[in-house]
Design a protein around this ligand. Structure first.
Ligand code: PRX
Length: 654
């Protein structure tokens, strides 16, 4: 660990502000018994069996867990349906006419779907998918903005047992194509466009590009959201309008499939340490139990709450805590289509005021952006309905945490910093808001039953107070089961570094009181504004440009986004460095992957630092970028290269 990192950690650990849960919160909290931690660790399977009682099962399990490292099966032999649990079962209660989804479009339009409405829409969609030939087990790709149709389509897939793969609407056609090819999806559901900051993201156009060379796709369902219908080119025999197909389904009702507990629910792609995103597979029973319980206890969900997670459904947070977790709990989940600064920088606060939002879940990057915009915007609005707030996606610095608590939370409500990953499916390290004394910047403790530890290079636990690698030592119900089509990579990537332990790829530290402090990725993954981007993906995008001979990509610190992407690039001999080429390369990466991967900085250098076996030493580039003393350079083929890059970098910094 570098000097700078050590410095940052000791600064963090000096953070001695503490916030006990307010009495009024404790009185009504879904969990107020501290014994839960001990009890759950002593008997994790018993604990999860207890949690499973909140779910409707067609058939109960024979065994809670079957663990064949690294492959888990939870609630073995049980049968259930996630859509039934998120929709149908609420119709038997007073919740039938309760708002399930409150949706606000970016232009200001609004839709409220009660559980009854959701039931109708989901059935119509499920019937339409069946009509298009989608069978249990077939994959369906979803490439949409934040519109209710996305949640409806996910639930319809779950209803018929067709695993969905949601592709974030900000991804490029090429990224969409890669995911369709890997998942072999049969149907794509998209829209003509999505509203973003007053402009239209051309989803259908992107889809058309993506679909050249994807023979598995038989039909495309197109939601009409942004464009005059006649302006949207539709391919005969392949493309169909969503609303016409829904109408064709009429009032038909399709019974939910009885699915095995391990039936695939969805595949979600995320960046890793190679150039190819991996499709994490989540299944049915364990996933639902895990996210139901975490949503209930961490967000303290109550029937009277309006709950808003600002995450896009294209990421795992949207899957677990916009759609499945809240709906399974019968909660009211708010969805907002657009950007936080449209038409003005108070849009989030206007939404909270308008719908009297009680629980808000957002990302540290957003909070840091709001800090920069200034207090005028939140102060314009009444935020007094809030009673709990959360953060997710990246480490939150104590200043941002305290700002959020004071200025959005009115200095009176708990803030839960929740750590988890696409792979973990559910939150694993988090406060319980009625129990935990909070420290700004710390995700505090593992959720009951989760055995997290911090280890050194050899896999030995490090004493409290020292940094290391975050591992999880026991399976948990919502964990991914494998990487779609590549079980060996699942083993190799997560379970081989330390035998018997799940390697998270994150650095962490525990303080003297056992609080966990997350320190960011320790592998070749950069976390930009809470979104994971593999350095190799960006490198391969760069070298696909004719001007680029070689490139090395690293994460650099960024005040707002946490991290940003910096690329060191060597050019082919007939190209010369310059502003124009730099812009072109940035645009090229955006086009290849999506705007989130656009490099913040590009440095043209004559050579890259390499070992004698020609491996690029990104670690040394990070030292340069962060102004550290250069680490060990003895393995370099030519140490002089590094010094000239350092000089160049410092010159360009001015
Ligand atoms: O580095 C950690 C960071 O986000 C990574 C997981 O990214 P993704 O799979 O896209 O899921 C994001 C939303 C669950 C982790 O490896 N991360 C996530 N939450 C936190 C965090 N880092 C610090 N604190 C958090 N609360």
């Amino acid at each position: 660990m570098s000097e700078v990192e050590r410095g940052a950690i000791s600064a963090l650990l000096k953070e001695d502000r503490k916030y006990a849960p307010p009495q009024e919160f404790i009185k009504q909290a879904n969990w107020d018994d501290p014994q839960i931690y001990k009890r759950a660790l002593e008997d994790p399977e018993g604990f999860w069996a207890e949690m499973a009682a909140a779910i409707d099962w067609y058939k109960k399990w024979d065994k809670v867990l079957e663990w064949n490292l690294p492959f888990a099966k939870w609630f073995v032999g049980a049968e259930l349906n996630v859509c039934h649990n998120c929709v149908d079962r609420h119709l038997q209660t007073w919740r039938k006419n309760k708002a399930a989804i409150i949706w606000e479009g970016e232009p200001g339009d609004q839709r409220v779907l009660t559980y009854m409405d959701l039931f109708r829409e989901v059935n119509r969609c499920a019937v339409a998918l069946k009509r298009l030939g989608v069978q249990k087990g077939d994959r369906v790709a979803l490439y949409l903005g934040m519109v209710p149709e996305l949640a409806i389509a996910m639930l319809a897939c779950a209803r018929i047992g067709a695993p969905h793969t949601v592709v974030f609407g900000g991804f490029s056609p090429e990224s969409l194509r890669g995911r369709i090819l890997d998942s072999q999806a049969k149907v794509l559901i998209t829209a003509d466009g999505a509203w973003r900051r007053g402009s239209i993201v051309p989803l259908k156009e992107n889809s058309d590009q993506a679909l050249s060379g994807t023979p598995s796709i038989e039909h495309v369902l197109v939601v009409n959201r942004t464009t005059a219908r006649e302006k949207v080119p539709m391919k005969d025999g392949r493309d169909l309008w969503w609303d016409c197909e829904m109408e064709k389904s009429g009032a038909a009702v399709l019974e939910p499939e009885r699915l095995d507990s391990e039936h695939p629910l969805y595949i979600l792609y995320t960046s890793g340490t190679t150039g190819k995103p991996k499709g994490l597979l989540h299944t049915t029973g364990g996933y639902l139990v895990g996210i139901h319980a975490t949503a209930h206890y961490i967000f303290d969900l109550k029937d009277r709450d309006t709950y808003w997670s600002t995450a896009d459904i294209g990421w795992v947070t949207g899957h677990s805590y916009v759609v499945y977790g809240p709906l399974s709990n019968g909660a009211t989940s708010l969805m907002y289509e657009g950007s936080p600064d449209y038409p003005d920088k108070d849009r989030f606060w206007a939404i909270i005021e308008k719908y009297r939002v009680n629980i808000l879940y957002t990302a540290p990057t957003a909070i840091r952006t709001f800090m920069r915009w200034g207090l005028d915007y939140p102060q314009r609005r009444d935020l007094s309905s809030l009673r709990l707030m959360g953060t997710v996606g990246e480490p939150i610095n104590p200043e941002a945490w305290v700002w959020y608590r004071e200025n959005i939370g009115g200095n009176r409500i708990p803030v839960v910093d929740t750590w988890w990953q696409t792979e973990t499916g559910m939150v694993l390290i988090t406060p319980l808001p009625g129990l935990t004394v909070l420290k700004p910047g710390s995700a505090t403790f593992p959720f009951p039953s989760i055995e997290a530890d911090i280890v050194d290079d050899n896999g030995n636990s490090v004493p409290w107070g020292r940094g290391g690698y975050l591992v999880i030592k026991r399976p948990w119900p919502a964990m991914a089961r494998t990487i779609w089509g590549d079980p060996e990579r699942w083993r190799q990537q997560y379970w081989s570094r330390y035998p018997g332990m799940y390697f998270t790829g994150d650095g962490a530290k525990r303080d003297e009181e056992g609080y966990f402090w997350l320190l960011g990725r320790v592998d070749d993954v950069v976390n930009v504004a809470g979104h994971r981007i593999g350095t190799m993906e960006v490198e391969s995008a760069l070298v696909s440009h004719p001007a680029v001979a070689e490139s090395a990509v690293i994460g650099i610190n960024h005040d707002i986004k946490g991290q940003a992407i910096a690329a060191f690039v060597t050019l082919r001999s007939d190209y010369s460095a310059g502003e124009e080429l730099m812009e072109e390369l940035r645009g090229h990466v955006s086009k290849k992957i999506g705007a989130i991967a656009r490099p913040e900085r590009i440095f043209f250098t004559a050579e890259l630092p390499k070992t004698r076996s020609a491996k690029i030493m990104r670690r040394l580039l990070r030292d340069i970028a962060e102004g550290r003393v250069l680490g060990d350079t003895t393995t370099l083929a030519d140490p002089a290269v590094l010094h000239s890059i350092k000089q160049q970098y410092e010159d360009s910094e001015g």
